[in-house]
Design a protein around this ligand. Structure first.
Ligand code: GDP
Ligand code: K
Ligand code: MG
Length: 292
């Protein structure tokens, strides 16, 4: 039998459930998930392999109007994934009334067929589901519309089979045992950032970046050092908390995630550093791995 391989881009507004779906498809926690918008800042590949096919999914940042150089990089990554795609999964939240016009506009740069995913149907009713399916069929004339719940019914077999059928005949793009293009350091920084998004309010998560400064793999333990970078001295105090209490919570949860992810004991140390307005500074963005 011939081999199929291709790129599938998951795009949509913030919080539609893109990262939740990607993790369900890949069967691993590739992407961090929080209830806050802009949790995902990078294009992250999640690869599904069998002997017969390789599907390379791209999880992407939610489509927003850029306010910082950081956002511009995020939108460039969305655009890049659309340009590369053999198939686009446009994900929408059934309970949101977004116009999605900015998402539509991005689709114009691609000839790839589009599948619409109406997500979070666990929070809706059959009548609304039917209305939304009709709406999207009418509006976009997509290849297909799937009504799903990436969180509550994460059985993606049916969707995955449909996706595979759309993939061109092609040799594998990546090694057949690869799950992603990202390395251990990347996931370590993301697991800390996930806790920053979960534990702090207001602008703190958006002003924060995490840099792994050391990652030592020993036989029974990984020793990881990280810098939590914020934009203001006042934010540094909030991150640390009374007598270090907040940083301790972040460290505890991040360490637990890492121990589950790497299946190793983890020693984690973290330092907090201020870099004024890093989100607007191209040199820092580049250093932190945000391409133009
Ligand atoms: P993204 O910003 O599009 O990547 O969305 P996430 O995957 O980070 O999910 C955003 C929020 O929606 C999280 O709190 C998820 O747990 C939640 N979520 C995702 N999928 C579903 C779903 O099918 N049903 C419900 N009820 N919540 C979901
Ligand atoms: K999110
Ligand atoms: Mg996401």
């Amino acid at each position: 039998m011939s081999h199929r391989a291709g790129f599938v881009s998951i795009i949509g507004k913030p919080n539609a459930g893109k990262s939740t779906l990607m993790n369900a498809l890949v069967g691993e926690k590739m992407s961090i998930i929080t209830p806050k918008a802009q949790t995902t800042r990078h294009r992250i590949l999640g690869i599904v392999n069998t002997d017969d096919y390789q599907v390379v999914f791209s999880d992407t940042p939610g489509i927003i109007k850029p306010h910082y150089a950081l956002h511009e990089s995020m939108m460039h990554q969305v655009q890049g994934s659309i340009v590369d795609a053999d198939l686009i999964l446009l994900m929408t939240d059934i309970n949101e009334q977004h116009e999605e016009e900015d998402v539509m506009r991005r689709l114009e740069s691609s000839l790839a067929p589009v599948v619409v995913l109406i997500n979070k149907i666990d929070q809706s009713d059959p009548e609304t589901v039917k209305q939304k399916v009709d709406y999207w069929n009418e509006k976009l004339k997509p290849l297909a519309v799937f009504a799903i719940s990436a969180l509550k019914f994460p059985n993606t077999q049916h969707l995955l089979e449909f996706i595979v059928e759309q993939m061109p005949e092609h040799p594998a793009y990546y090694e057949k045992d690869a799950l992603t293009d990202r390395n251990d350091r990347f996931f370590a920084s993301e697991m800390i950032r996930e806790q920053v998004f979960k534990q702090y309010k207001k602008e703190i998560p958006y002003s924060t970046e995490v840099v792994i400064t050391a990652f030592k793999e020993e036989e029974n333990i990984y020793r990881i050092s990280a810098e939590i970078i914020v934009e203001r001295e006042s934010q540094k105090n909030i991150i640390i908390g009374q007598g270090g209490s907040m940083l301790k919570i972040v460290g505890t949860y991040a360490r637990r995630s890492m121990e589950e992810f790497y299946q190793k004991k983890i020693f984690l140390e973290m330092f907090v550093k201020v870099i004024d307005d890093w989100r607007s500074k191209k040199n820092y963005l580049k250093k932190f791995g945000y391409e133009d």
